[in-house]
Design a protein around this ligand. Structure first.
Ligand code: ADP
Ligand code: AMP
Length: 219
């Protein structure tokens, strides 16, 4: 399956993606995680992306599309993938369509996670991620690690992302509404969107997502 996850920052895309990718045996591809890995490795791409990320803006399309394409061309993604955080505007969605069309492939579903804004703000405020691997995600109250400040999965140090500070979060939400939300209509016109309520326990949301995707596949 080729799936796109969409939803505001803090909706739980990365959290759900980890479970869904495992259940569906497809790789979880997060452009945010790829940028953060580049930043921690000190690559030219990471240096280029950092200023945009810290300001809560989107990294320019050219850079982002090339990075996403390169990742989707890896052998493990040939049988399908779960995209998290890409595409994030209509031109990226069009570029993805072109890429898939060139390989005679198409998306199976766009899973839209719906969460009220006040809940998103609480989720982001308490989010802590691992320095070794930013897909290892915790929350100070909703999903606390066994030992404070330490990643359960790999023992790495947990920290608050620079872009999870309040001022930047406001900007990221605005960017989501103005630039990313329009992709939902874009995909709706292709009949691909399934919307689920992403409130409640992580396992409940995963169950809702799996049944929405099963329904989508049967259709
Ligand atoms: P996104 O990838 O959409 O930005 P994350 O998956 O990183 O969002 O989740 C944001 C924060 O909310 C994390 O700290 C995560 O632990 C927490 N979280 C995710 N899903 C839930 C949930 N269903 N209930 C409560 N907290 C959640
Ligand atoms: P995320 O981890 O998905 O919250 O992304 C963190 C930041 O990385 C975003 O605020 C953007 O600055 C950047 N980013 C991630 N994905 C994209 C994308 N598809 N297009 C542009 N910028 C992105």
């Amino acid at each position: 399956m080729r799936i796109v996850l969409v939803g505001p920052p803090g909706a739980g895309k990365g959290t759900q993606a980890a479970y869904l990718a495992k259940n569906l045996s497809i790789p979880h591809i997060s452009t945010g995680d790829l940028f953060r890995a580049n930043i921690s490795q000190g690559t030219a791409l990471g240096k280029q992306a950092k200023a945009y990320m810290d300001a809560g803006n989107l990294v320019p399309d050219e850079v982002t599309i090339a990075m996403a394409k390169d990742r989707m061309e890896q052998p493990d993604a040939q049988g399908g993938f779960l995209l998290d955080g890409f595409p994030r505007n209509v031109s990226q969605a069009e570029a993805l369509d072109e890429m898939l069309k060139a390989e005679s492939m198409k998306l199976d579903a766009v899973l839209d996670l719906e969460v009220p804004e006040d809940e998103v703000v609480k989720r982001i405020a308490g989010r802590r991620v691992c320095r070794n691997e930013s897909s290892h995600v915790f929350h100070v109250t909703y999903a606390p690690p066994k030992q404070e400040g330490v990643c359960d999965t790999c023992g790495g140090e947990l920290y608050q992302r620079d872009d999870d500070r309040e001022e930047t979060v406001r900007k990221r939400l605005e960017v989501y509404h103005t630039q990313t939300e329009p992709i939902i209509d874009y995909y709706r016109s292709q009949g691909l969107v399934v919307t689920i309520a992403a409130l409640g326990k992580v396992e409940e949301v995963t169950e809702r997502a799996m049944s929405a995707l099963r329904g989508d596949r049967a259709a």
